[in-house]
Design a protein around this ligand. Structure first.
Ligand code: GCU
Length: 429
C-alpha cells in the first residue's frame, strides 16, 4: 500500500522533472545529448533519392511542406495587386558615391500595408550590379546617417535606445545601426544594397496590427504562417521590384539576414529560388542551427517568448525536438545548388555556433547531387578561419551576437567568388 501511494505521489514530480530537463537550456558541450538527424535524401515513402531530378520533383517539395506544416506555416499562394511608386532617385547620394532610390510597394488600394525599399547602387557602373537584399530591425534610416533617407513612422520593437522614443524613431535614430552596414565598402566593391524595415511587413510583436500583411489574408489555421514567413514573403516582394530595375543584376541577388531576420532570409530563399545566394548571420534556433542539439536556445524558448514567429503546430515540439520530421540541415539543403553562407560568433552561444556549422555541413549530400562541394569537414573550425571554400561557406567570428564589418568582409569575399565580381580591392579585415 505504502509503495503504491509513494509511487502515485512521485509520478507528477517525475513527469515535471522529465519535462524540465527536456526543455532546459544547456550551454555545456559535454551535456549535448546524442541525436540522429532525419535523412535529407530519404523520402516520406522510404526511398533514397540519388538524382537531381528526384530531389527536385519529390524530396525537395516534401521538405518544403514539412517546414510549412510544422515550423514556419504556410505562406498564402494568392498574389496581391502591388502598386509600385518610385518616390525619390538621387544620382549623387553619399557624396557622389551612390545612387539612392526609395521605392514604396502598396499591397492594397489603401495607403497601408506598404513597404519602403531603400536601394543604394554604386555610381558609374555601366552594367547591372549584384545586390545584397536584407531586412533591418529599426527602419531604413537606421542603416546610414544619410539625411536623404525617409524616417520610418512605424512602431519599433525596442524603445529608449538608439533615438527611439515611445516606440517611434526620431531624427536621433538616423544611422544608429550604421556599424552593421558598411555601405560605402559594398559600393566600392561593386555591390548594391537593398533594405526594408521588417516592421513594414509585419510588426515584431505578439498582437498583430491591422497594418500587418497578415491582415490581407484569410483566417488562420494550425499551419497558418508566422512572422518569419511573413518577413520572408516581404523579401520576395522586394525581389519582385529588383527584377524590374535595369541597374540591378537580378541573377545576382544575395538575400542576407541577421538573427531572426537570418531565419527569414533562409526561409525566403528556400521558397523563392530567384535568390541566387543566401547568407545567414547568427540566425540560431529556428534558422541555421540544429534543433536536435540541446545547446543554446531551444524550441521551448522560442514558443514561450515569440510563438508568433512560427505556426501553431510548432509548439508541439517544445521539449520534443527529436520528433521534428526535419532539422535545420534540411532547410539549408533547400538552397542547393545555390551558394549559401552561414556565419556564427564564438560568444553567441544562444544561437549554438556549432549547431549552425553542423547544419551547414549536413546539407552537403544535396549539394553533392549537383557535383558541388559543401563543407569539407565536420570538424568545427577555429575562430577567424574561412572554413568553406566550396558552395557552402562558413565562418566563426570572435565576439558576440552581432552583424559586424568583419562578417561583411567574409560575405563580400564569398560573393566575389561565386558572382565572379571583378572588383576585389579595398576593405581589409
Ligand atoms: C532572441 C531570440 C533568437 C533571435 C534573436 C535575435 O535572442 O531568442 O531566436 O535570433 O533574438 O533576433 O536577435
Amino acid at each position: 500500500m505504502k509503495t503504491i501511494i509513494l509511487f502515485a505521489l512521485s509520478m507528477p514530480l517525475l513527469c515535471f522533472v522529465g519535462y524540465a530537463q527536456e526543455t532546459e537550456t544547456n550551454e555545456d558541450e559535454r551535456k549535448v545529448s546524442a541525436y540522429i538527424l532525419p535523412e535529407v535524401l530519404l523520402t516520406n515513402s522510404g526511398e533514397i533519392v540519388n538524382t537531381k531530378k528526384a530531389w527536385e520533383n519529390v524530396r525537395r517539395p516534401e521538405i518544403v511542406s514539412l517546414f510549412e506544416q510544422h515550423i514556419y506555416g504556410k505562406t498564402p499562394a494568392a498574389k496581391l495587386p502591388v502598386r509600385v511608386v518610385v518616390n525619390t532617385v538621387d544620382q549623387q547620394a553619399l557624396n557622389g558615391r551612390a545612387v539612392r532610390k526609395q521605392i514604396t510597394l502598396y499591397f492594397s488600394d489603401k495607403d497601408k500595408p506598404k513597404m519602403d525599399i531603400l536601394l543604394y547602387l554604386p555610381v558609374g557602373e555601366r552594367k547591372p550590379v549584384p545586390v545584397f537584399l536584407a531586412l533591418n530591425f529599426e527602419g531604413n534610416h537606421s542603416i546610414h546617417a544619410d539625411p536623404g533617407i525617409t524616417l520610418s513612422e512605424r512602431w519599433m520593437r525596442y524603445d529608449q535606445v538608439r533615438g527611439i522614443t515611445g516606440h517611434r524613431a526620431t531624427e536621433a535614430s538616423r544611422g544608429a545601426r550604421a556599424e552593421r552596414w558598411p555601405v560605402e565598402e559594398m559600393l566600392a566593391r561593386g555591390y548594391g544594397l537593398a533594405t526594408v524595415y521588417q516592421g513594414d511587413i509585419e510588426l515584431d510583436r505578439r498582437d498583430r496590427s491591422p497594418d500587418d500583411i497578415h491582415a490581407l489574408f484569410p483566417k488562420p489555421g494550425p499551419d497558418d504562417w508566422g512572422s518569419i514567413a511573413a518577413w520572408a514573403w516581404g523579401l520576395s516582394r522586394a525581389m519582385d521590384y529588383l527584377v524590374t530595375d535595369k541597374q540591378v543584376d537580378a541573377g545576382k541577388v544575395a538575400v542576407m539576414g541577421h538573427s531572426r531576420l537570418g531565419k527569414a532570409a533562409l526561409w525566403a530563399a528556400a521558397l523563392d529560388q530567384r535568390f541566387a545566394m543566401t547568407i545567414s548571420n547568427n540566425s540560431g534556433e529556428g534558422g541555421a542551427s540544429l534543433y536536435r542539439r540541446n545547446f543554446g536556445e531551444r524550441v521551448a524558448d522560442l514558443t514561450r517568448a515569440v510563438p508568433y514567429w512560427f505556426c501553431k503546430n510548432f509548439i508541439k515540439y517544445s521539449g520534443r525536438e527529436n520528433d521534428l520530421p526535419v532539422d535545420a540541415h534540411a532547410l539549408i539543403a533547400l538552397l542547393a545548388p545555390r551558394p549559401v553562407y552561414v556565419a556564427s560568433a564564438v560568444e553567441d552561444t544562444w544561437a549554438d555556433p556549432k549547431g549552425e556549422f553542423l547544419a551547414a555541413f549536413h546539407a552537403g549530400p544535396v549539394y553533392k547531387l549537383y557535383n558541388l562541394a559543401g563543407l569539407e569537414s565536420d570538424q568545427f573550425p577555429e575562430a577567424g578561419q574561412d572554413a568553406g571554400k566550396g558552395v557552402v561557406g562558413y565562418h566563426l567570428r570572435k565576439g558576440d551576437h552581432e552583424l559586424t564589418r568583419v562578417d561583411w568582409w567574409y560575405f563580400l569575399n564569398f560573393a566575389d567568388r561565386h558572382f565572379k565580381t571583378r572588383k576585389t580591392k579595398a576593405f581589409s579585415k
